[in-house]
Structures are given as C-alpha cells and as structure tokens.
Design a binder for this molecule. Structure first.
Ligand SMILES: O=C(O)C1=C[C@@H](OP(=O)(O)O)[C@@H](O)[C@H](O)C1
Ligand SMILES: C=C(OP(=O)(O)O)C(=O)O
Length: 439
C-alpha cells in the first residue's frame, strides 16, 4: 500500500473498540456463568482468533451484529479440552491470556500462531505459571508451537513480575481464578489495568494496594464469576493513528469521539501535548467503567522534540512507532529510553522503525533500550521509500501515516497485518482525506 501527501484531514474519526478490553470481554465471559453481552467489540483478526479459541474451550460465542456479541460461559475451572491446536494468529495478548486461563484446569492444549507470534517469547508467562504446577513444552527459547498441561488442584501463588507486562500479570491472575486461596501479583511499574477492573466487574474478589514495592494485586481463588454487559470504549492505541496524522498534515482539524483515557493507556497523549500538539480533550466522562473523552485535534506546526520519561513506557508501549513518526516532523531530538520491550512485539519495533525512517531520510540513533529521532520539522521528511512491516500492524500504519506528510510517497511492503487491530484503517483514513492506494 502506498500513502502520498494528503490535503488537510477533516471530519470525524470513529475508531474501533479497544483491543485489550475486547479480548478480555470474551475470555472473562467464557469463564462466567450466564450470558455476557458485549457491544463495540473490536472485530479485528486478533480478537476473532480469541473468539474461536473460547469456542474450542467450550464457550458459546455468537455475533449478533456489527460489534454486538454474546458469550455463554462455562464458569471458572470448567474449560473443556480443545480437540485441535489453538491458533492465536498474530496475537500475543490472545495466546498469553488464554494460556493463563487454562493453566489451572486439568486439560492439555497446544498453541500456535503466525510467523510473527512464533518468534515471540512465551517463557515470561509459562515460568510464573509453573509455580502453579502448570507444565509447558515449546520450541527452543520458549517459542510456539507449545503444549500446555494444566495443573490439577493448584494453590494460589505470590509472584513479583520480572517484566512490566499486562499480559503476564493477566495470565497469572486468570490462572489464579481456579487456584485455591490467594494469588498475589506484585508489579513495580503499573501496566494497563483492564484485567483488574473487569475481574472486579465480573464479581471476583480482587484488591489493589499501592505500596512502596509497587502495586500489590490480591485475588481470592475459585470465585463464581457472573456474566456482565460490557460496552467496549474506543481504542486509544488505534486513535493514535488518525490523531498523529492530523498533527502532521497541514491544515488538518479532526474529531475523534469516545476514546478511552484510562491513565494506564494515555502516555502518548501526555507526550504529544508536551511536544506542543493541539489536542483538546472534550466532554470527559465515564463509559463502560472506563474514563473516555472526545478529542479535537489540529495540525500542529510547532511541535518540539522531547525526552520521554522511561517510566511512562508501559502507558504508551504500543504507541512508540507512531510517536517516532510525529517526532520526525517535530523540531529537535525526541529521546525514547527504556523501550527494550519494543524488541519483542509483533516485530522488533525499534529496528523496524529505525530502518524505515532512515530509508525515508530521517537520522536515527538507537541502542538495545533506546530510540532517538532527529526531527526534520513540519514537511521536512523526504520519504520516497518502501518500509518493511515484518507482519506488524503498527509498523504498517505508522509508515502510511508518515507518507501523508512526507515530500515523496511512502509504501509499505505488506498492509494486510493492519486487519489484526484496525480493520477499517484504510476507509477511515481515506474518509478523512488521506490518499492510500494499493500497490
Ligand atoms: O494486556 C494487553 O492487552 C496488552 C499488553 C501489552 O503487552 P505486554 O503485556 O507484553 O507489554 C500491549 O503491548 C499489547 O498490545 C496489549
Ligand atoms: C503488541 C501488540 O499486541 P499483541 O502483544 O497482543 O500481539 C500490539 O497490538 O501492538
């Protein structure tokens, strides 16, 4: 797909439902008694793969209309053994949360995924799960395909996270649901808290103590989860693409309604405002248990490079690729430290962004844990390159946004991964005035 210089972007960008909350609504629905109703579900491939997996474990998952789904759950500890391999496609969240969910049931499941997911480390989940007695047999380096043998009569564990990861935290909490007694997870750096909020909503006894050690999350095992109605808010990680496009395309003025402003997810928006972005956060309110706001975003020709505080990384972990595009159109250097987790996402995102931006004429510095972008000012990026996306939706969307403001068009070698998280990206962006063409 090729993106070329666009006129001003104008209009309303209604982005799809939040991916993290969509996965969780299906998984928690499957572990509850009764019928969970979900509206605004993201119908991206990652979530559709989780829906299919929940059916394989015994839940009845039904689509009633666009974004309108129901899940008839089997209850905590009642998953059936799947008859076939569970293919989680491109989704780290899907596979890691589902491994946790079945880890304390006496069943065996084999997981796989696409070429990107098969490169990603699963030991970060299977090592803590082993403390429950769960066994896992994967390829070298803890890679998929992997067979997980659930533990019988597991007892709760106490675990301090070694990486700041909501996926690992959630996998342990989900496993703790079918373990006796308490499961305690300690996270030194707070990560997205959707699992904690939603588990409480589904009736679990879960508390979070904010201590000097970090967040101490305590879950009582073997609750009876009750079906809920979940209204999924719009995804701040998807909203990032039209928002950042409007900031760099001259004359733009767009409206992005109902975007989650959960404090564990809004690091990009704080950073953009610090850089000098013109974003108004209108009508802040609560929807479906999450803080949301409507965003009005205007072209911002005076953005300055900044140092992004490393402790902000968990709250904007998926947004560094698109931030590095905005940084290219700002004046001065943007320094992103403490970002080594980006190396184990759908691709090595530091490397993918560095190589692609260099090909577009941007000066980059990087080390294992750092990405530094030397901004070229508004309209300064030459472009005229094809970026390799490495089966990574966020890399693909980031370079297509860059092409909307660069001097020459920018192509991506494969736009198909965009469907994992933002299936309407092309129509939404062209609806605002972007020029995207196949080939
Ligand atoms: O829990 C979640 O829904 C997610 C957690 C993050 O991953 P990590 O937990 O690996 O940081 C994030 O990158 C991913 O897109 C979604
Ligand atoms: C990292 C991401 O997702 P996942 O880990 O679920 O594949 C993402 O969506 O940017």
């Amino acid at each position: 797909m090729t993106s070329r210089k666009a006129g001003p972007l104008k209009g309303t960008a209604s982005v799809p439902g939040d991916k993290s909350i969509s996965h969780r609504s299906l998984i928690f629905g499957a572990m509850s008694i009764g019928t969970t109703k979900v509206t605004g579900l993201l119908e991206g491939q990652d979530v559709l793969d989780t829906a299919k997996a929940m059916r394989a474990f015994g839940a009845t998952v039904t689509q009633h209309g666009p974004g309108d789904w129901s899940v008839e759950g089997v209850g905590v500890g009642n998953f059936v053994e799947p008859a076939d391999v569970i293919d989680c496609g491109n989704s780290g969240t899907g596979v890691r949360l589902i491994m946790g969910t079945m880890a304390t049931s006496p069943i065996t499941a084999t997981f796989t995924g696409d070429a990107s997911l098969r490169k990603r480390p699963m030991g970060r989940v299977t090592e803590p799960l082993a403390e429950f007695g769960t066994m896992a047999y994967g390829r070298k380096g803890g890679r998929l395909p992997m067979t997980v043998v659930g533990a019988s009569d597991a007892k709760g564990i106490r675990h301090t996270l070694k990486v700041a990861s909501a996926q690992v935290k959630s996998a342990i909490l989900l496993a703790g649901l079918n373990a006796s007694g308490e499961t305690v997870v300690i996270e030194k750096e707070p990560t997205r808290d959707h699992s904690e909020r939603m588990l409480v909503g589904f009736g679990a006894n879960l508390t979070v103590d904010k201590t000097k050690e970090g967040h101490v999350i305590t879950l009582q095992g073997r609750p009876s989860l009750r079906a809920q109605t979940v209204a999924v808010p719009r995804d701040p990680s998807s909203a990032a693409f039209p928002v950042c496009a409007a900031l760099i395309v001259e004359g733009s003025d767009i409206f992005v309604p109902g975007v989650s402003q959960n404090l564990t997810r809004n690091g990009l928006y704080i950073t953009l405002v610090e850089m000098g972005a013109e974003i108004e956060f209108q009508n802040p309110r609560e929807e479906g248990g999450e803080p949301v706001a409507d965003l009005r975003v205007k072209f911002s020709g005076n953005m300055k490079g900044i140092e992004v505080p490393p402790e902000r990384a968990p709250s904007m972990i998926d947004e560094y690729p698109i931030l590095s595009v905005v940084a290219s159109f700002a004046t001065g250097k943007t320094v992103m430290r403490g970002v080594k987790e980006l190396r184990v996402k759908e691709s090595d995102r530091i490397d993918a962004m560095a190589r692609g931006l260099e090909a577009c004429g941007v000066t980059i510095e990087e080390d294992e844990d750092t990405l530094i972008v030397h901004g070229m000012g508004p309209g300064g990026m030459p472009g005229g390159a094809t970026a390799k996306t490495h089966i990574d939706h966020r890399i693909a969307m980031s370079f297509l946004v860059a092409g909307m403001a660069s001097q020459q068009p920018i192509s991506v070698d494969d736009a198909s991964p965009i469907a994992t998280s933002f299936p309407i990206f092309e129509s939404l962006m062209t609806g605002l005035g972007a020029t995207l063409t196949q080939g």
